[in-house]
Ligand binder design. Structure first.
Ligand code: NOJ
Length: 568
Protein backbone atom coordinates (compact mmCIF):
# COMPACT_ATOMS: atom_id res chain seq x y z
CA UNK A 1 0.00 0.00 0.00
CA UNK A 2 1.50 3.34 -1.04
CA UNK A 3 1.24 6.06 1.56
CA UNK A 4 1.49 8.84 -0.99
CA UNK A 5 -1.74 7.68 -2.51
CA UNK A 6 -3.54 7.65 0.75
CA UNK A 7 -2.54 10.93 2.33
CA UNK A 8 -4.61 13.97 1.50
CA UNK A 9 -1.66 16.34 1.06
CA UNK A 10 -1.12 19.93 0.18
CA UNK A 11 2.52 19.99 -0.93
CA UNK A 12 2.98 23.72 -0.23
CA UNK A 13 2.13 23.32 3.41
CA UNK A 14 4.91 23.23 6.01
CA UNK A 15 4.86 20.04 8.10
CA UNK A 16 4.20 22.01 11.30
CA UNK A 17 1.28 23.80 9.69
CA UNK A 18 0.01 20.50 8.36
CA UNK A 19 0.17 19.04 11.84
CA UNK A 20 -1.70 22.00 13.26
CA UNK A 21 -4.35 21.72 10.56
CA UNK A 22 -4.69 17.99 11.17
CA UNK A 23 -5.12 18.61 14.90
CA UNK A 24 -7.74 21.27 14.26
CA UNK A 25 -9.71 19.22 11.73
CA UNK A 26 -9.56 15.76 13.34
CA UNK A 27 -13.36 15.69 13.58
CA UNK A 28 -14.02 16.03 9.86
CA UNK A 29 -13.82 12.33 9.08
CA UNK A 30 -13.66 10.84 12.55
CA UNK A 31 -15.35 7.62 13.63
CA UNK A 32 -16.94 8.65 16.93
CA UNK A 33 -18.22 6.00 19.34
CA UNK A 34 -21.11 7.02 21.60
CA UNK A 35 -20.93 5.73 25.15
CA UNK A 36 -24.04 5.77 27.30
CA UNK A 37 -22.08 5.65 30.57
CA UNK A 38 -24.73 4.04 32.77
CA UNK A 39 -24.94 1.08 30.42
CA UNK A 40 -21.36 0.55 29.25
CA UNK A 41 -19.38 -1.06 32.08
CA UNK A 42 -19.87 -1.12 35.84
CA UNK A 43 -16.65 -1.14 37.87
CA UNK A 44 -18.14 -1.00 41.37
CA UNK A 45 -20.85 -3.58 40.76
CA UNK A 46 -23.85 -1.45 41.81
CA UNK A 47 -25.70 -2.22 38.57
CA UNK A 48 -25.02 1.20 37.05
CA UNK A 49 -22.16 1.75 34.60
CA UNK A 50 -19.52 4.26 35.69
CA UNK A 51 -16.39 6.14 34.62
CA UNK A 52 -13.92 3.60 36.10
CA UNK A 53 -15.89 0.99 34.14
CA UNK A 54 -15.22 2.87 30.90
CA UNK A 55 -11.57 3.24 31.94
CA UNK A 56 -11.32 -0.53 32.36
CA UNK A 57 -12.40 -0.92 28.72
CA UNK A 58 -10.06 1.57 27.09
CA UNK A 59 -8.12 -1.27 25.44
CA UNK A 60 -11.36 -2.50 23.92
CA UNK A 61 -12.04 0.97 22.51
CA UNK A 62 -8.50 1.25 21.16
CA UNK A 63 -8.73 -2.21 19.55
CA UNK A 64 -12.02 -1.23 17.96
CA UNK A 65 -10.17 1.50 16.07
CA UNK A 66 -12.37 4.53 16.74
CA UNK A 67 -11.05 8.10 16.68
CA UNK A 68 -13.14 9.57 19.49
CA UNK A 69 -15.73 8.77 22.11
CA UNK A 70 -18.80 10.86 22.87
CA UNK A 71 -19.86 10.45 26.49
CA UNK A 72 -23.57 10.93 27.08
CA UNK A 73 -24.22 12.79 30.38
CA UNK A 74 -22.37 11.50 33.45
CA UNK A 75 -23.23 14.54 35.58
CA UNK A 76 -25.14 14.44 38.88
CA UNK A 77 -28.72 13.59 37.99
CA UNK A 78 -31.85 12.03 39.43
CA UNK A 79 -32.09 10.08 36.15
CA UNK A 80 -35.56 11.37 35.36
CA UNK A 81 -34.39 11.31 31.73
CA UNK A 82 -31.36 9.05 31.71
CA UNK A 83 -28.98 11.83 32.80
CA UNK A 84 -30.34 14.50 30.41
CA UNK A 85 -31.74 16.08 33.58
CA UNK A 86 -28.51 17.64 34.83
CA UNK A 87 -28.32 18.80 38.45
CA UNK A 88 -24.75 20.14 38.20
CA UNK A 89 -22.98 20.73 34.89
CA UNK A 90 -19.49 20.79 36.37
CA UNK A 91 -19.31 17.59 38.35
CA UNK A 92 -19.61 13.81 38.08
CA UNK A 93 -22.54 11.86 39.50
CA UNK A 94 -21.13 10.19 42.65
CA UNK A 95 -22.62 6.88 41.50
CA UNK A 96 -20.53 7.17 38.34
CA UNK A 97 -17.29 8.36 39.91
CA UNK A 98 -15.44 11.57 40.65
CA UNK A 99 -13.76 14.35 38.74
CA UNK A 100 -10.47 12.53 39.37
CA UNK A 101 -11.94 9.46 37.69
CA UNK A 102 -12.89 11.67 34.77
CA UNK A 103 -9.35 13.06 34.53
CA UNK A 104 -7.91 9.54 34.61
CA UNK A 105 -10.32 8.36 31.96
CA UNK A 106 -9.55 11.20 29.61
CA UNK A 107 -5.81 10.72 30.12
CA UNK A 108 -6.12 6.99 29.36
CA UNK A 109 -8.14 7.68 26.21
CA UNK A 110 -5.78 10.40 25.01
CA UNK A 111 -2.84 8.10 25.61
CA UNK A 112 -4.43 5.69 23.13
CA UNK A 113 -5.07 8.47 20.61
CA UNK A 114 -8.80 8.61 21.30
CA UNK A 115 -10.39 12.05 21.58
CA UNK A 116 -13.25 12.86 23.94
CA UNK A 117 -16.55 14.65 23.32
CA UNK A 118 -18.94 15.40 26.20
CA UNK A 119 -22.62 16.19 26.14
CA UNK A 120 -23.88 19.69 26.98
CA UNK A 121 -27.57 19.98 27.85
CA UNK A 122 -28.38 23.71 27.69
CA UNK A 123 -32.12 23.78 27.03
CA UNK A 124 -33.14 22.60 30.49
CA UNK A 125 -31.70 21.69 33.86
CA UNK A 126 -32.87 19.10 36.34
CA UNK A 127 -35.46 20.32 38.82
CA UNK A 128 -32.81 19.43 41.42
CA UNK A 129 -30.34 21.97 40.01
CA UNK A 130 -29.56 24.62 42.63
CA UNK A 131 -30.96 27.31 40.31
CA UNK A 132 -34.35 25.66 40.15
CA UNK A 133 -34.43 25.05 43.87
CA UNK A 134 -33.54 28.72 44.34
CA UNK A 135 -36.28 29.74 41.90
CA UNK A 136 -38.87 27.75 43.86
CA UNK A 137 -37.77 29.34 47.15
CA UNK A 138 -37.40 32.89 45.79
CA UNK A 139 -40.96 33.17 44.53
CA UNK A 140 -42.73 35.28 41.92
CA UNK A 141 -40.98 38.08 40.12
CA UNK A 142 -37.52 37.12 41.38
CA UNK A 143 -34.44 37.04 39.17
CA UNK A 144 -33.99 33.40 40.24
CA UNK A 145 -37.36 32.54 38.68
CA UNK A 146 -36.44 34.50 35.61
CA UNK A 147 -33.65 32.02 34.85
CA UNK A 148 -36.49 29.68 33.90
CA UNK A 149 -39.84 30.18 32.15
CA UNK A 150 -42.45 30.89 34.83
CA UNK A 151 -45.90 32.23 33.99
CA UNK A 152 -49.25 32.78 35.69
CA UNK A 153 -51.95 30.26 34.82
CA UNK A 154 -55.30 30.93 33.22
CA UNK A 155 -58.75 30.63 34.83
CA UNK A 156 -60.23 32.47 37.80
CA UNK A 157 -57.42 31.52 40.15
CA UNK A 158 -54.74 30.59 37.64
CA UNK A 159 -55.57 26.91 37.98
CA UNK A 160 -55.23 26.22 34.25
CA UNK A 161 -51.87 26.09 32.47
CA UNK A 162 -50.85 29.21 30.51
CA UNK A 163 -51.26 27.30 27.22
CA UNK A 164 -52.29 23.87 25.97
CA UNK A 165 -48.76 23.06 24.77
CA UNK A 166 -47.59 19.47 24.97
CA UNK A 167 -44.19 18.24 26.06
CA UNK A 168 -42.07 16.28 23.57
CA UNK A 169 -42.48 13.19 25.75
CA UNK A 170 -46.28 13.60 25.80
CA UNK A 171 -48.54 15.23 28.40
CA UNK A 172 -48.70 18.91 29.32
CA UNK A 173 -45.63 21.15 28.95
CA UNK A 174 -46.47 23.21 32.06
CA UNK A 175 -46.25 22.24 35.71
CA UNK A 176 -47.72 24.17 38.62
CA UNK A 177 -45.60 24.96 41.68
CA UNK A 178 -46.75 25.46 45.26
CA UNK A 179 -47.40 29.19 45.07
CA UNK A 180 -49.57 28.73 42.00
CA UNK A 181 -47.23 29.78 39.18
CA UNK A 182 -46.47 27.44 36.30
CA UNK A 183 -43.14 26.58 34.67
CA UNK A 184 -42.50 25.41 31.14
CA UNK A 185 -40.77 22.13 30.32
CA UNK A 186 -40.28 20.94 26.76
CA UNK A 187 -39.40 17.47 28.07
CA UNK A 188 -40.18 15.75 31.41
CA UNK A 189 -41.60 17.64 34.39
CA UNK A 190 -38.20 17.25 36.05
CA UNK A 191 -36.55 19.17 33.17
CA UNK A 192 -37.53 22.85 33.47
CA UNK A 193 -36.52 24.92 30.42
CA UNK A 194 -33.98 27.66 30.96
CA UNK A 195 -34.55 31.27 29.90
CA UNK A 196 -31.76 32.07 27.47
CA UNK A 197 -32.52 35.80 27.70
CA UNK A 198 -31.10 35.77 31.22
CA UNK A 199 -27.43 36.90 31.18
CA UNK A 200 -26.47 34.55 34.03
CA UNK A 201 -27.66 31.56 32.04
CA UNK A 202 -25.45 32.57 29.11
CA UNK A 203 -22.47 33.28 31.38
CA UNK A 204 -22.77 30.01 33.22
CA UNK A 205 -22.63 27.87 30.10
CA UNK A 206 -19.47 29.67 28.96
CA UNK A 207 -18.03 28.69 32.31
CA UNK A 208 -19.09 25.08 31.78
CA UNK A 209 -17.54 24.95 28.31
CA UNK A 210 -14.26 26.29 29.71
CA UNK A 211 -14.43 23.95 32.71
CA UNK A 212 -14.43 20.82 30.52
CA UNK A 213 -12.14 22.30 27.87
CA UNK A 214 -9.59 23.06 30.59
CA UNK A 215 -9.80 19.41 31.65
CA UNK A 216 -8.79 18.40 28.13
CA UNK A 217 -12.13 17.63 26.52
CA UNK A 218 -11.81 17.87 22.73
CA UNK A 219 -15.39 18.67 21.79
CA UNK A 220 -19.04 18.92 22.73
CA UNK A 221 -22.32 17.41 21.58
CA UNK A 222 -25.09 19.96 22.07
CA UNK A 223 -28.44 18.54 23.15
CA UNK A 224 -31.50 19.91 21.28
CA UNK A 225 -29.41 22.84 20.07
CA UNK A 226 -32.39 24.29 18.19
CA UNK A 227 -34.59 24.82 21.25
CA UNK A 228 -32.73 27.21 23.57
CA UNK A 229 -34.05 30.67 22.67
CA UNK A 230 -37.77 31.43 22.80
CA UNK A 231 -40.11 34.31 22.10
CA UNK A 232 -42.70 34.14 24.86
CA UNK A 233 -44.30 37.52 24.29
CA UNK A 234 -47.95 37.52 25.41
CA UNK A 235 -50.43 36.51 24.16
CA UNK A 236 -48.94 33.05 23.78
CA UNK A 237 -50.21 31.05 20.78
CA UNK A 238 -52.23 27.89 21.23
CA UNK A 239 -50.80 24.49 20.36
CA UNK A 240 -52.75 24.45 17.08
CA UNK A 241 -51.45 27.91 16.18
CA UNK A 242 -47.93 26.90 17.09
CA UNK A 243 -48.09 23.92 14.78
CA UNK A 244 -49.09 26.10 11.83
CA UNK A 245 -46.27 28.58 12.32
CA UNK A 246 -43.39 28.31 9.85
CA UNK A 247 -40.07 27.13 11.21
CA UNK A 248 -38.13 29.78 9.33
CA UNK A 249 -36.22 31.35 12.19
CA UNK A 250 -39.21 33.19 13.64
CA UNK A 251 -41.07 30.33 15.36
CA UNK A 252 -41.62 31.13 19.08
CA UNK A 253 -40.04 27.87 20.31
CA UNK A 254 -37.99 26.16 17.63
CA UNK A 255 -34.92 26.87 15.55
CA UNK A 256 -35.00 30.61 16.07
CA UNK A 257 -32.42 32.73 14.27
CA UNK A 258 -31.39 34.35 17.56
CA UNK A 259 -30.06 31.01 18.91
CA UNK A 260 -27.02 31.52 16.69
CA UNK A 261 -25.95 34.49 18.79
CA UNK A 262 -25.44 31.96 21.60
CA UNK A 263 -23.31 29.72 19.42
CA UNK A 264 -21.25 32.62 18.05
CA UNK A 265 -20.28 33.32 21.66
CA UNK A 266 -19.49 29.65 22.26
CA UNK A 267 -17.33 29.60 19.14
CA UNK A 268 -15.18 32.35 20.63
CA UNK A 269 -14.61 30.10 23.65
CA UNK A 270 -13.78 27.10 21.45
CA UNK A 271 -11.19 29.20 19.61
CA UNK A 272 -9.45 30.10 22.88
CA UNK A 273 -8.02 26.57 22.83
CA UNK A 274 -5.36 24.94 20.71
CA UNK A 275 -6.56 22.97 18.90
CA UNK A 276 -9.95 24.69 18.94
CA UNK A 277 -12.66 22.69 20.67
CA UNK A 278 -15.25 21.20 18.33
CA UNK A 279 -18.99 20.88 18.62
CA UNK A 280 -21.80 19.00 16.95
CA UNK A 281 -25.39 20.19 17.17
CA UNK A 282 -28.33 17.93 17.73
CA UNK A 283 -30.75 20.09 15.77
CA UNK A 284 -34.05 18.74 14.50
CA UNK A 285 -34.84 21.43 11.97
CA UNK A 286 -37.03 21.73 8.92
CA UNK A 287 -34.53 21.89 6.07
CA UNK A 288 -30.89 21.35 5.12
CA UNK A 289 -30.52 25.14 4.88
CA UNK A 290 -31.69 25.60 8.46
CA UNK A 291 -29.34 22.83 9.62
CA UNK A 292 -26.41 24.46 7.84
CA UNK A 293 -26.62 27.44 10.21
CA UNK A 294 -25.66 25.22 13.16
CA UNK A 295 -22.78 23.70 11.19
CA UNK A 296 -21.23 27.03 10.22
CA UNK A 297 -17.62 27.75 11.18
CA UNK A 298 -18.82 30.79 13.16
CA UNK A 299 -21.19 28.56 15.13
CA UNK A 300 -20.96 24.99 16.35
CA UNK A 301 -19.10 23.76 13.27
CA UNK A 302 -21.00 20.53 12.70
CA UNK A 303 -24.62 19.38 12.94
CA UNK A 304 -26.02 15.88 13.12
CA UNK A 305 -27.56 14.57 9.95
CA UNK A 306 -30.13 11.95 10.96
CA UNK A 307 -31.41 11.36 7.44
CA UNK A 308 -30.06 7.83 7.11
CA UNK A 309 -31.37 6.95 10.54
CA UNK A 310 -34.80 7.93 9.24
CA UNK A 311 -34.42 6.14 5.90
CA UNK A 312 -35.50 2.66 4.94
CA UNK A 313 -32.93 0.13 3.75
CA UNK A 314 -33.42 1.31 0.22
CA UNK A 315 -30.88 2.10 -2.51
CA UNK A 316 -32.63 5.17 -3.92
CA UNK A 317 -33.26 6.67 -0.49
CA UNK A 318 -29.66 6.17 0.60
CA UNK A 319 -28.29 7.64 -2.62
CA UNK A 320 -30.47 10.75 -2.40
CA UNK A 321 -29.65 11.34 1.25
CA UNK A 322 -25.92 10.92 0.63
CA UNK A 323 -25.88 13.21 -2.40
CA UNK A 324 -27.90 15.92 -0.68
CA UNK A 325 -25.87 15.88 2.50
CA UNK A 326 -22.52 15.97 0.75
CA UNK A 327 -23.70 18.95 -1.30
CA UNK A 328 -24.87 20.64 1.85
CA UNK A 329 -21.56 20.02 3.62
CA UNK A 330 -19.65 21.37 0.64
CA UNK A 331 -21.79 24.51 0.81
CA UNK A 332 -21.09 25.19 4.49
CA UNK A 333 -17.47 24.07 4.62
CA UNK A 334 -18.42 21.66 7.40
CA UNK A 335 -18.29 17.89 7.06
CA UNK A 336 -21.42 15.85 7.35
CA UNK A 337 -22.15 13.21 9.98
CA UNK A 338 -23.63 9.76 9.44
CA UNK A 339 -25.70 8.00 12.09
CA UNK A 340 -27.70 4.77 12.09
CA UNK A 341 -28.20 4.25 15.83
CA UNK A 342 -28.07 6.22 19.06
CA UNK A 343 -29.57 6.15 22.55
CA UNK A 344 -32.90 7.57 21.31
CA UNK A 345 -33.84 5.11 18.58
CA UNK A 346 -34.42 1.43 18.00
CA UNK A 347 -31.11 -0.23 17.17
CA UNK A 348 -30.65 -0.49 13.41
CA UNK A 349 -30.06 -4.27 13.46
CA UNK A 350 -33.65 -4.53 14.72
CA UNK A 351 -35.12 -1.67 12.68
CA UNK A 352 -33.98 -3.28 9.45
CA UNK A 353 -35.61 -6.55 10.47
CA UNK A 354 -39.01 -4.87 10.74
CA UNK A 355 -41.35 -3.92 7.90
CA UNK A 356 -40.30 -0.69 6.11
CA UNK A 357 -40.57 2.54 8.05
CA UNK A 358 -42.89 4.02 5.43
CA UNK A 359 -46.41 3.86 6.81
CA UNK A 360 -45.27 3.49 10.41
CA UNK A 361 -45.25 6.43 12.82
CA UNK A 362 -41.71 7.71 13.09
CA UNK A 363 -41.91 11.24 14.43
CA UNK A 364 -43.58 13.11 17.19
CA UNK A 365 -43.28 16.87 16.87
CA UNK A 366 -39.66 17.56 16.23
CA UNK A 367 -38.36 14.53 18.10
CA UNK A 368 -37.52 11.19 16.63
CA UNK A 369 -39.83 8.38 17.65
CA UNK A 370 -38.15 5.02 17.59
CA UNK A 371 -39.57 2.39 15.32
CA UNK A 372 -39.96 -0.53 17.63
CA UNK A 373 -42.44 -3.30 17.14
CA UNK A 374 -43.61 -6.60 18.51
CA UNK A 375 -40.66 -8.97 18.94
CA UNK A 376 -42.46 -11.69 16.95
CA UNK A 377 -42.49 -9.50 13.82
CA UNK A 378 -38.74 -9.06 13.71
CA UNK A 379 -36.58 -10.95 11.22
CA UNK A 380 -33.34 -10.69 13.18
CA UNK A 381 -31.08 -12.39 10.63
CA UNK A 382 -32.22 -10.07 7.92
CA UNK A 383 -31.94 -7.07 10.25
CA UNK A 384 -28.35 -7.94 11.09
CA UNK A 385 -27.40 -8.67 7.48
CA UNK A 386 -28.72 -5.30 6.41
CA UNK A 387 -27.22 -3.52 9.41
CA UNK A 388 -23.75 -4.84 8.54
CA UNK A 389 -24.23 -3.76 4.93
CA UNK A 390 -25.47 -0.29 5.90
CA UNK A 391 -22.64 0.24 8.39
CA UNK A 392 -20.00 -0.75 5.87
CA UNK A 393 -21.51 1.68 3.40
CA UNK A 394 -21.52 4.39 6.06
CA UNK A 395 -17.91 3.85 7.03
CA UNK A 396 -16.89 4.30 3.39
CA UNK A 397 -18.55 7.69 3.08
CA UNK A 398 -16.81 11.06 3.28
CA UNK A 399 -17.46 12.79 6.60
CA UNK A 400 -17.67 11.61 10.18
CA UNK A 401 -19.58 8.59 11.44
CA UNK A 402 -21.20 8.24 14.85
CA UNK A 403 -21.47 4.68 16.16
CA UNK A 404 -23.57 3.75 19.18
CA UNK A 405 -22.24 1.35 21.83
CA UNK A 406 -23.27 -2.22 21.11
CA UNK A 407 -23.87 -1.77 17.40
CA UNK A 408 -20.38 -3.17 16.83
CA UNK A 409 -21.78 -6.41 18.29
CA UNK A 410 -24.81 -6.33 15.98
CA UNK A 411 -26.82 -6.02 19.18
CA UNK A 412 -30.60 -6.08 18.87
CA UNK A 413 -33.16 -3.92 20.63
CA UNK A 414 -34.62 -5.42 23.82
CA UNK A 415 -38.42 -5.26 23.80
CA UNK A 416 -39.04 -7.56 26.78
CA UNK A 417 -38.80 -5.01 29.59
CA UNK A 418 -41.74 -4.78 31.94
CA UNK A 419 -43.36 -1.45 32.82
CA UNK A 420 -41.90 -1.73 36.34
CA UNK A 421 -38.40 -2.11 34.94
CA UNK A 422 -38.68 0.72 32.42
CA UNK A 423 -37.02 4.09 33.07
CA UNK A 424 -37.71 6.27 30.03
CA UNK A 425 -40.07 9.19 30.80
CA UNK A 426 -41.34 9.00 27.22
CA UNK A 427 -42.75 5.56 28.05
CA UNK A 428 -44.58 6.85 31.13
CA UNK A 429 -45.76 10.16 29.70
CA UNK A 430 -47.85 8.79 26.89
CA UNK A 431 -46.33 5.67 25.48
CA UNK A 432 -44.66 7.39 22.54
CA UNK A 433 -41.63 5.89 20.84
CA UNK A 434 -43.89 3.16 19.51
CA UNK A 435 -45.27 2.61 22.96
CA UNK A 436 -42.02 1.12 24.21
CA UNK A 437 -39.83 4.12 24.84
CA UNK A 438 -36.05 4.09 24.50
CA UNK A 439 -34.95 1.67 27.22
CA UNK A 440 -34.56 -1.18 24.72
CA UNK A 441 -31.42 0.34 23.20
CA UNK A 442 -29.98 1.29 26.60
CA UNK A 443 -29.70 -2.17 28.13
CA UNK A 444 -26.18 -2.70 29.56
CA UNK A 445 -23.67 -4.29 27.18
CA UNK A 446 -22.81 -8.00 27.29
CA UNK A 447 -19.05 -8.42 27.75
CA UNK A 448 -18.79 -12.11 28.69
CA UNK A 449 -21.28 -14.83 27.80
CA UNK A 450 -20.81 -16.79 31.03
CA UNK A 451 -20.48 -14.18 33.75
CA UNK A 452 -23.22 -12.65 35.93
CA UNK A 453 -24.86 -9.71 34.14
CA UNK A 454 -22.80 -10.84 31.11
CA UNK A 455 -19.71 -9.28 32.64
CA UNK A 456 -21.25 -5.80 32.80
CA UNK A 457 -20.22 -5.49 36.46
CA UNK A 458 -22.08 -6.70 39.53
CA UNK A 459 -24.76 -9.34 39.79
CA UNK A 460 -27.62 -7.45 38.14
CA UNK A 461 -27.67 -4.69 35.55
CA UNK A 462 -29.98 -1.66 35.94
CA UNK A 463 -32.05 -2.72 32.92
CA UNK A 464 -32.77 -6.43 32.33
CA UNK A 465 -30.48 -8.25 29.91
CA UNK A 466 -32.21 -11.09 28.04
CA UNK A 467 -30.65 -14.57 27.86
CA UNK A 468 -29.98 -14.14 24.12
CA UNK A 469 -27.46 -11.39 24.95
CA UNK A 470 -24.94 -14.26 25.43
CA UNK A 471 -24.72 -14.73 21.64
CA UNK A 472 -23.63 -11.11 21.27
CA UNK A 473 -21.12 -11.04 24.12
CA UNK A 474 -17.79 -9.39 23.36
CA UNK A 475 -15.79 -12.50 24.32
CA UNK A 476 -17.85 -14.67 21.95
CA UNK A 477 -17.58 -12.25 19.07
CA UNK A 478 -13.90 -11.47 19.61
CA UNK A 479 -13.14 -15.17 19.07
CA UNK A 480 -15.12 -15.35 15.82
CA UNK A 481 -13.52 -13.85 12.68
CA UNK A 482 -16.93 -13.61 11.02
CA UNK A 483 -18.63 -11.81 13.89
CA UNK A 484 -19.96 -8.28 13.62
CA UNK A 485 -17.29 -7.15 16.10
CA UNK A 486 -14.57 -8.54 13.83
CA UNK A 487 -16.18 -6.80 10.86
CA UNK A 488 -16.24 -3.43 12.66
CA UNK A 489 -12.64 -3.82 13.80
CA UNK A 490 -11.43 -4.62 10.31
CA UNK A 491 -13.57 -1.90 8.73
CA UNK A 492 -12.31 0.75 11.14
CA UNK A 493 -8.69 -0.37 10.68
CA UNK A 494 -8.97 -0.25 6.90
CA UNK A 495 -10.91 3.01 6.96
CA UNK A 496 -7.95 4.70 8.62
CA UNK A 497 -5.63 3.45 5.91
CA UNK A 498 -7.98 4.22 3.07
CA UNK A 499 -9.28 7.57 4.28
CA UNK A 500 -8.93 10.25 1.63
CA UNK A 501 -10.40 13.56 0.48
CA UNK A 502 -14.01 14.24 1.38
CA UNK A 503 -15.44 13.40 -2.02
CA UNK A 504 -17.05 10.55 -3.88
CA UNK A 505 -18.27 9.82 -7.38
CA UNK A 506 -21.20 7.56 -8.11
CA UNK A 507 -20.66 4.67 -10.50
CA UNK A 508 -23.75 3.51 -12.35
CA UNK A 509 -24.46 -0.16 -11.71
CA UNK A 510 -27.36 -0.78 -14.09
CA UNK A 511 -29.39 -2.01 -11.13
CA UNK A 512 -31.79 0.24 -9.18
CA UNK A 513 -31.15 -1.74 -6.00
CA UNK A 514 -27.34 -1.54 -6.13
CA UNK A 515 -25.30 1.58 -5.34
CA UNK A 516 -21.60 2.00 -5.96
CA UNK A 517 -19.25 4.90 -5.43
CA UNK A 518 -15.55 5.59 -5.61
CA UNK A 519 -13.42 7.86 -3.43
CA UNK A 520 -10.55 9.90 -4.91
CA UNK A 521 -7.92 7.23 -4.13
CA UNK A 522 -9.78 4.42 -5.86
CA UNK A 523 -11.52 3.02 -2.77
CA UNK A 524 -14.89 1.72 -3.89
CA UNK A 525 -17.99 0.86 -1.92
CA UNK A 526 -20.71 -1.26 -3.44
CA UNK A 527 -23.94 -2.04 -1.61
CA UNK A 528 -26.50 -4.48 -2.87
CA UNK A 529 -29.82 -3.47 -1.27
CA UNK A 530 -31.70 -6.14 -3.21
CA UNK A 531 -31.77 -9.91 -2.85
CA UNK A 532 -30.22 -10.96 -6.20
CA UNK A 533 -26.41 -11.28 -6.13
CA UNK A 534 -24.44 -8.67 -8.04
CA UNK A 535 -21.47 -10.01 -10.03
CA UNK A 536 -18.04 -8.39 -9.66
CA UNK A 537 -15.45 -8.23 -12.40
CA UNK A 538 -12.58 -10.03 -10.75
CA UNK A 539 -9.86 -8.42 -12.84
CA UNK A 540 -10.87 -4.90 -11.70
CA UNK A 541 -12.31 -5.43 -8.29
CA UNK A 542 -10.01 -6.62 -5.54
CA UNK A 543 -12.34 -7.08 -2.60
CA UNK A 544 -10.71 -5.85 0.61
CA UNK A 545 -13.72 -6.31 2.86
CA UNK A 546 -17.27 -7.61 2.66
CA UNK A 547 -20.21 -7.60 5.05
CA UNK A 548 -20.98 -11.19 3.97
CA UNK A 549 -18.52 -13.87 2.90
CA UNK A 550 -19.10 -14.77 -0.75
CA UNK A 551 -17.73 -14.55 -4.28
CA UNK A 552 -20.14 -12.07 -5.87
CA UNK A 553 -21.92 -9.41 -3.84
CA UNK A 554 -24.85 -11.23 -2.25
CA UNK A 555 -28.14 -9.52 -1.60
CA UNK A 556 -28.24 -7.19 1.40
CA UNK A 557 -24.48 -6.82 1.61
CA UNK A 558 -21.67 -4.33 0.97
CA UNK A 559 -18.14 -4.82 -0.32
CA UNK A 560 -15.16 -2.50 -0.35
CA UNK A 561 -12.79 -2.83 -3.29
CA UNK A 562 -9.50 -1.21 -4.21
CA UNK A 563 -7.50 -1.31 -7.41
CA UNK A 564 -4.85 -4.05 -7.04
CA UNK A 565 -1.96 -1.68 -6.44
CA UNK A 566 -3.55 -0.43 -3.25
CA UNK A 567 -4.96 -3.64 -1.90
CA UNK A 568 -1.66 -5.51 -1.53
C1 NOJ B 1 -32.15 14.66 23.17
C2 NOJ B 1 -31.47 13.51 23.85
O1 NOJ B 1 -30.75 12.77 22.89
C3 NOJ B 1 -32.54 12.70 24.53
O2 NOJ B 1 -32.04 11.50 25.04
C4 NOJ B 1 -33.14 13.53 25.62
O3 NOJ B 1 -34.23 12.84 26.19
C5 NOJ B 1 -33.65 14.88 25.09
N1 NOJ B 1 -32.75 15.50 24.18
C6 NOJ B 1 -33.87 15.84 26.23
O4 NOJ B 1 -32.65 16.22 26.79
Amino acid sequence: MTDALLVDTDTDTEPADARRTAAATWWRQAAVYQIYPRSFADADGDGLGDLPGIRSRVDYLADLGIDAVWLSPFYPSALADGGYDVADYRDVDPRLGTLEDFDELIAALHERGIRVIVDIVPNHTSDLHEWFQEALAAGRGSSARDRYVFREGKGASGEEPPTDWESVFGGPAWERVEDGQWYFHNFATEQPDLNWDHPEVREDFLKTLRFWSDRGVDGFRIDVAHMLTKDLTEPLPSRAELELMPQDGTHPLLDRDDVHEVYAEWRRVFEEYDPPRTAVAEAWVGSPERRAKYASAEGLGQAFNFDLLEADFDAAEFRTVITDNLAQAAGTGSSTTWVLSNHDVTRHATRYGLPPLAGRPVKQGTEWVAAGGPEGDIDRDRGLRRARAATLLLLGLPGSTYLYQGEELGLQEVAAITAEQRQDPAFFRGGEYDGLGRDGCRVPLPWSADRPAFGFGGAVAHLPQPAWFAEYAVDVEAADPNSTLSLYREALRLRRLLQTEERLEWIETGRPDVVRFVRPNGWQVLTNFGTEPFPLEAEHDAVVLGSLQAGAVPGESTVWTMPDVLSE
